[in-house]
Design a protein around this ligand. Structure first.
Ligand SMILES: Nc1ncnc2c1ncn2[C@@H]1O[C@H](COP(=O)(O)OP(=O)(O)O)[C@@H](O)[C@H]1O
Ligand SMILES: [Mg+2]
Length: 236
């Protein structure tokens, strides 16, 4: 469903990505791993065309999207949940969700259905729909950021460190939701995660970036048992 080929990107003189390739099959959860500064967010931002890659090609559903504007990419059904959630703190939960449906403003009935779907998935957001987003806990803000992405009716989402700053219990809850979205709604997911063990447990396939280059990749269950991965990333 997503095919990233030989993508490079830089910020001025800093080369952030070099020849990065990855594939995400339809209906699967794929993990993108690597330490701080490895280029994970840059990879997602290149896919969403929030930054301009200097080389490479990106295809979604077989169509070239690397030159498409980012709103067009959202319209095609590929939606990013940014690092640090980036919800609009002064707006209510409901208003934040409405913004997720911004590109489909005309379809009132559909949007009402989507509110129902998101509120069923996240009852906590329903209870707090008129509350300002700034008053939500970190975990609730992450739910809101995911809910906002779902309002765009995505077929695939890019999740950038959904567990950042959350307690272990909340991380478990967020990942349960991620797995449910995949299982129950068939959502294809590319998830960036620092907790390598957790990410390998929930994904079918994983890629590990190091210094802007793809260091290794493989089926998640193989990586979990790979001695080199266990030494370098799992502290075993
Ligand atoms: N806006 C920016 N301007 C300059 N350098 C950046 C910018 N964003 C990221 N970088 C650099 O690019 C590299 C990759 O960053 P990033 O993709 O954010 O890593 P990760 O998400 O894996 O932690 C890092 O060296 C980082 O310092
Ligand atoms: Mg990042």
């Amino acid at each position: 469903m997503l095919d990233v080929r030989n993508v490079s990107a830089s910020y001025g003189a800093i080369q952030a990505l070099q020849n990065v390739s990855l594939q995400v099959p339809r209906g699967e959860i794929v993990a993108l791993l690597g330490s701080n500064g490895a280029g994970k967010s840059t990879t997602l931002n290149a896919i969403s065309h929030l930054i301009e890659p200097s080389a490479g090609e990106i295809r979604f559903d077989g169509e070239l999207i690397s030159r498409a504007p980012s709103d067009d990419i959202v319209r095609r059904g590929l939606v990013q949940v940014p690092e640090g959630r980036e919800v609009f703190k002064d707006m209510s939960v409901r208003e934040n969700l409405e913004l997720g449906a911004f590109l489909r403003k005309s379809a009132r009935k559909e949007i009402a259905d989507d509110f129902e779907r998101v509120y069923t998935m996240f009852p906590r957001l329903k209870e707090r729909s008129e509350q300002r987003a700034s008053t939500l806990s970190g975990g609730e803000q992450q739910m809101l950021a995911i809910g906002r992405a779902l309002m765009a009716r995505p077929r695939m989402i890019l999740l950038d460190e959904p567990s950042m700053g959350l307690s272990p219990l909340l991380v478990e809850q967020i990942f349960e939701i991620i797995q449910r979205l995949n299982r129950e709604q068939g959502l294809t997911i590319l998830v960036v995660e620092q907790d390598v063990r957790l990410a390998l447990r929930v994904s079918t396939y994983a890629y590990i970036l190091e210094n802007g280059e793809m260091n290794l990749h493989g089926a998640s269950k193989d990586l979990l048992n790979d001695p080199a991965v266990r030494r370098a990333y799992l502290g075993v």
